[in-house]
Design a protein. Sequence first.
Length: 301
Amino acid sequence: MKGLLRPVFFTVVAFLFATLVFAQEEVLDREFMLEDLRKLSHDAAEGRQIGTKGSEAARRYIANSFKTVGLKKLNKGYLHDFSFESRDGKAVQGQNIIGYIKGELETAIVITAHYDGLGVRDGEVYNGADDNASGVAAMLSMMDYIKGYKPRHTIVFAALDGEEVGLRGARALVEDDRVPMDKIILNVNMDMISNNNKNELHIAGTHHYPQLKPFLEKIDTGVIRFKFGHDTPELGNDDWTNSSDHAPFHQKGIPFLYFGVEDHENYHKATDTFENVNKPFFAKVANLILFAILELDKGLD
Ligand SMILES: [Zn+2]
């Protein structure tokens, strides 16, 4: 091609590319997702501390969403009970919420986000909007989309309890004999995905599982800057390999990808509220993680 047609050709290509990128940017219902985030981090949920009324309210809300989407149940219901002894010797009861969409293959991808939080301290509600109503709200939106998409792998959705007291829900899940661990090929964990003003999202896991990186490169449109390295102690960064619910999966040899923002001024404070969440950033990130999951579902065996 030469002469006058060449710039026209490139303009058309650029336009098509931009449309494609733009069209791919958001498929999740933003209003819906923000409404879930607002409700889960509302004062009425009292910070969702494990074993409290606020936690129960959040759990009911999440289980109800599972039911509305029509997720399949592991046993009789969506609730997965576990218990453990706290540091001061008390028995603590926790409940994960687990449901799944059956794929064509025997193998499964497990998507996790913890719903518990720090609760109420000195009369102040620690709303835990970014940590981690954001991850749960993203998960609830994704369920609906993935249901319509018909995945190759079985996609398990697990809203986990007791993360803040030692990854208890995730540990209970991987230790449960009824869960066929040998069928799980990947854990995608979301924990704090809504509070960042630099358009930066951290992704951990590719240092341990470099085979996962090309999938992330595929969905990288440049809209959000992907940051790697929080799983590589040699880089001198904080190592997040064991810092959230992906850790028990990793310790069982299951590859993981963790998505989350850098710690911020509202982290583990009463100011981690819905008002302080960066809404456009959150919506973009939730969509990107969904696209990553779809690519992984397509490409992994
Ligand atoms: Zn968290």
